[in-house]
Write a protein that binds this ligand. Structure first.
Ligand code: FMN
Length: 306
């Protein structure tokens, strides 16, 4: 196969190709080696890490839905310190970009996590703002423009590494949140996290999830996610990483053509853990088929009839 350039630049974050694996669907990045060559990935995004370990929500934590799934895992994770001791030594041996995803209950916790990890060999941070703000009534940080601005500016001030703000779609105008992230110095935004959803067992009349509502992901959300990415790209000049329901190279190309500089595979990792590699190969073949030798010739080339 002739050589094509898949390298993409998201400001100061450079990826060898635009295919990443999404937080919470690829463990800590070292569990899936039997299924794919992780070194071929554009990058790995870890499960969300908090300052202290979290056990997460009680079962039932997942439910299947038409073309997707609901989850209320509740950010279960081993905490920053154990991650550094037990997982990072393996992770840093890989020849791919390592992005650590951070979740927190207070603004200070985000900053503390980033400061601790800043000393380590990680390449960038993805900040999950879809977490309840415990100090102010539990509303998600990601639905409060001021809080997203404050988190972004404080995190950016605590590291020289690229900071990606992962946006929630559960707001009226996602582009406003991307704008604030840009103004406060974020390198890029990831769009999107899950949509709020719900399912009921009609025989028991109980919610299928222990926390009643949860996050909807998978192919069911792809057109919604694509429209959110499109909105941001129309309105804000910041690199966007597209996420939502991607299962094959054509799904990935939709996001890239709309203007996303990179994409993440989430739920589909549970269906086919080798799919990120198939998607990279599929993108390459597509470029060759259309006589293109650089992925950047395709990014942001949406043809809209006037
Ligand atoms: C089981 C599960 C766990 C997830 N955990 C996290 C997480 O810890 N942190 C985070 O930022 N996003 C998390 N997500 C959201 C995904 O990273 C992604 O944004 C979302 O699922 C949409 O992409 P998809 O449709 O390809 O799955 C999780 C999603 C699923 C399905």
């Amino acid at each position: 196969m002739s050589e094509v350039n898949l390298k993409v630049n998201l400001g100061k974050l450079v990826l060898k190709n635009p295919v990443l694996v999404a937080s919470g669907t690829f463990g800590y990045g070292i569990e899936s080696h039997d299924f794919l060559d992780v070194n071929q990935l554009g990058g790995i995004i870890t499960k969300s890490l908090s300052l202290k370990p979290r056990i997460g929500n009680p079962p039932q934590r997942i439910a299947e839905t038409p073309s997707g799934m609901l989850n209320t895992i509740g950010l279960a994770n081993i905490g920053v310190e154990r991650f550094i001791m037990e997982k990072l030594p393996e992770l840093v041996k890989l020849n791919t970009t390592i992005i650590v995803n951070i979740a927190a209950s207070t603004v200070d916790e985000y900053v503390e996590c980033v400061k601790i990890l800043d000393r380590e060999k990680v390449d960038a941070f993805e900040i999950n703002v879809s977490c309840p703000n415990v100090k102010e009534g539990g509303l998600e940080f990601g639905r409060d423009l001021n809080k997203v601005g404050e988190i972004t500016s404080k995190v950016v001030a605590s590291t020289n590494k690229p900071v990606i703000i992962k946006l929630t779609p559960n707001v009226t105008a996602i582009s406003e949140f991307a704008r604030v992230a840009k103004e406060e110095g974020a390198t890029a935004v990831s769009a999107i996290n899950t949509f709020i959803g719900m399912a009921v067992n009609v025989y028991t009349r109980k919610p299928k999830l222990s926390r009643i509502t949860g996050g909807l992901s998978g192919p069911a959300i792809r057109p919604l996610a694509l429209a959110k990415v499109f909105e941001i790209i129309q309105k804000v000049d910041i690199p966007v990483i597209g996420i939502g329901g991607i299962t094959n190279f054509e799904d990935a190309l939709e996001f890239l053509i709309v203007g996303a500089k990179a994409i993440q595979i989430g739920t589909h990792n549970f269906v086919d853990p080798s799919s990120p590699i198939k998607i990279i190969e599929g993108i390459k073949k597509h470029l060759i088929k259309f006589d293109l030798n650089d992925i950047n010739q395709l990014i942001g080339t949406l043809q809209v009839d006037q």
